[in-house]
Design a protein around this ligand. Structure first.
Ligand code: ADP
Ligand code: MG
Length: 270
């Protein structure tokens, strides 16, 4: 089933122009329209692992915001898991964002005075409910959060606070948090931007593992080395989708991590 169906997505930003407070009549003509997306068609099926690439200013963040239902397009249609987002009212829009998308950010965004387990439970606590749907019981919340932490390999760190975890472990908590509501897809924005090589490879390995278990992942990255771990690369340029290619010889992050560790230990022995 198609998880994401985007047709002719446009996003325009109007810059400058006449402010209601301005007395200068000439300003109106100086209004500039930035066409950040100029008609993007993008489809993704369940189980895909897609990288979004493109130079700075090409429209990646704009596309991310629309994919994540943080922003609506100026034109075109976006259907997520069968729901037409562009036509939905603000409540439905917030429901889709809350239940259908799991966000992973470069900066982890964990609550500092809260344990790993509580961080992962939080989205269940604030979960938006469908009509007639019951509030998840606390035992259900706990079970789901524990299961999500297990999936990311952190079952022995559940009572740790973020400051007691490495960057890679903190990102694992954030990934567990993103998965706990069982979203239609995970949307990751430069998820390893704050991590060193070893931790980056660990996180890419985790994404590969989750994807092999059927999770759909969309990842924005500007690094071709990281895109090589995904299954498909789409590239934006000047607000248009200029290429969409499958990754043929996909690299294995766990293999690269093992190789990197070996080289690293050889180097530090010298
Ligand atoms: P990327 O993430 O690939 O660097 P962006 O989506 O941030 O690209 O930006 C695409 C284009 O839209 C750029 O020309 C940028 O200057 C412009 N843009 C992005 N956000 C805004 C905004 N809020 N207001 C005006 N212009 C914007
Ligand atoms: Mg950006």
């Amino acid at each position: 089933m198609s998880v994401i169906e985007m047709r002719g997505i446009k996003r325009e930003y109007r810059m400058g122009g006449k402010s209601p407070l301005s007395k200068d009549k000439n300003l109106e003509e100086s209004a500039v329209v930035v066409r950040a997306l100029r008609g993007v068609d993008f489809f993704a099926e369940e189980g895909e692992f897609v990288s979004v690439m493109g130079p700075s200013g090409s429209g990646k963040s704009t596309l991310m915001n629309i994919l994540g239902c943080l922003d609506k397009p100026s034109g075109g249609t976006y259907t997520l898991d069968g729901i037409e987002t562009s036509k939905s009212d603000s409540d439905t829009f917030a429901f889709i964002r809350n239940r259908k998308i799991g966000f992973v950010f470069q900066s982890f965004n964990l609550l500092a005075r809260t344990t790993a387990l509580e961080n992962v439970e939080l989205p269940l606590f604030y979960r938006r409910r469908d009509k007639g749907e019951k509030k998840p019981a606390s035992s259900f919340r706990r079970e789901r959060a524990i299961a999500a932490l297990k999936e990311v390999g952190l079952s022995r760190r559940m009572d740790h606070f973020p400051s007691q975890l490495s960057g890679g472990q903190q990102q694992r908590v954030a990934i567990a948090r993103a998965m706990v509501n069982d979203p239609a897809f995970i949307l990751a924005d430069e998820p390893t931007g704050n991590l060193d090589t070893g931790m980056t490879l660990e996180i890419m390995g985790l994404f590969q593992q989750l994807n092999s278990r059927g999770k759909t992942i969309i990842m924005v990255t500007h690094e071709p080395e990281l895109a090589a771990y995904t299954r498909r690369i789409i590239t934006l340029r000047d607000g248009q989708l200029v290429s969409d290619i499958p990754v043929n010889d996909r690299r294995s992050a766990p293999d690269d991590l093992a190789r990197w560790k070996k080289e690293h230990s050889l180097l530090s022995q010298d």
